[in-house]
Structure formats: structure tokens, C-alpha cells
Design a protein around this ligand. Sequence first.
Ligand code: ATR
Length: 286
Amino acid sequence: MTQHFIVIGNPIAHSKSPQIHTLFAAQVGIDIRYQRQYCPDDEASFTAVIEAFFCGGGVGANVTVPFKQVAYDCCVARGGLSEHAKVAGAVNTLLLNKALLNQGVPVTEAIYGDNTDGQGLVNHMTSLKWPLKGARVALIGAGGAARGIILPLIESGIAALTIANRTVSKATNLVNELSAASPTVNEQQIETCRTAELDGQFDIIINATSIGLSDDTLPISTELNCHYAYDLMYGRPLPFLQHFAARGAQTSDGYGMLIGQAALSFERWTGHRIDVIQATEELNKE
Ligand code: ATR
């Protein structure tokens, strides 16, 4: 029987998720239909769309900009949240909570939220053989994208984390909030500073700002160095990566993270594990 999936966003026409999940399904030999779902940018419309989808027999949904926080709020009031979604304050993966359904809870009240973005990043870095365990990591940015990757990064066994942001108070507030929400984050020593003041040698530097969407460039200290540089953006030239590549670092954009988070969503929904390296090679050929 065909299993149905959607990705909900606004705009949504550019989404690569249908292509990625269709390839995953072919890899493991199951029959799926994965569609883009446009939704007006308001909470009532989002709720109506997901309720109609799951009541109509849909198996799973991905959530993208601008609905990740709205999806979080929906799940708090309904089927619950995974630890990663709770700490991220955002949901990118929706499914039905089977335990609640078995207790007779109606479908609309059993919609459950997970967040696979951060673990997708960690899995991608691991597949690139970047040494996360014991690494000194600098994270630039303190918005939604940064927030979603902090717990999975700490769980991967990094030794030290510095969070730099243009507005340093946002970084400090983020650390305080996440430390209160998660004992794992609370146990990690995390420093904060202004982006322009971030300097010294790190193993890994991650750009989680939205600067790649603008013509601005990050103010990077000439005293800042790393072995590995990762930008969560993809699909455009990234001056952040060019800067560190010129200084001898290995670099990666966020396309592998996109595939990594999709593979984890797919696994939650279908129980099938994806060979992400093979899938990435095939997607790059398309
Ligand atoms: P996202 O969900 O993509 O993280 P966001 O929550 O709006 O988007 O966060 C954007 C991040 O990019 C923030 O860390 C922001 O810095 P501020 O908190 O100081 O606003 C950072 N950012 C965006 N444009 C930037 C710029 N031109 N220079 C430096 N940082 C920038």
C-alpha cells in the first residue's frame, strides 16, 4: 500500500524533499508518495492542513520555514514532543503518537513532533569523518538554526563550545534557556562572545547565521582558525566557507545535513535506515 507524506512550507515550490524521500523509498524498496504542501502563513491554516493530512491517512510530514515553531506549539497541545524538539523549540518532523492512538486518543490529538535537523548535521559530520568527540567547537549564530543543533552537538561528545553572535545578549539568553531546558546542555561549559571577537584555534567552526541569504559578510577575525568549517546553508556560494578553505580548512555546506535530517525523518516514519552516503552520491548525479 502506498504511504503518503508531505512537506509543509511557505514558500514550498523549491523544496528538494520529495526528490530526496522518493530516492530513499527506492533504496529500501517501499512505495511512497511525497508531495509539497503550500500553506498560508497562519497557525489556523497550518493546523487545518496537518489535521486533514493525518485524518486522511497520511503517515508523516516534514515542516519547513516558517512553520517550525507553530508545529512545536501544535504538538505541545497534542501528541507531545521528542527531547530534541523540546530543546530546539521547533519541529521539523510530524508523525502520529502510536501509544496515544492505542489508548483511543483521536488522530488530531495524537500528532507528535520531532526535530531531526541537529542530529542530521552530526550524522553528516560523522560521515565526513570530522572528529566531533573531544572537539573544540565554535558556533556562530543564536537564532532558530543555531538553537536546533546545540543539544545534538553536545551529545556527540564535543569538549568545548563557544557561541558567537552579532548580538551577544541573544547568545547568552539562548545558553541560559537551553541550560534550563536540558541537563545535558546545563553540564556543558559554554562560552559566548560577539562574532567579531571570536578568535583563536578551533577544531570545528559552524556558521548557523542567515547571512548567506544576504549580501553582507560576517566580520571574521584574522586570528580565527579551524581545521573544519561547516555552513548550514547550501545551494549558493558561501564566503564563510571560501574564507576558511583559503586558510587550509576542510569545508562543507549544509546539503549533507539536509539529506541527513531527511534520512532520520524517513527512519522515524518507516523504520527503514538509509545509506546516506549512497543517497547523496545518487542525488548529486540527478
Ligand atoms: P534562523 O532561523 O535562520 O536561525 P534567525 O532566528 O532570524 O534565523 O537568526 C538569524 C541569525 O543570523 C542570528 O544569529 C543573527 O544575528 P542577530 O541575533 O545578531 O540578529 C544572524 N545574522 C543575520 N544577519 C546577520 C548579519 N548581517 N551579520 C551577522 N549576523 C547575522
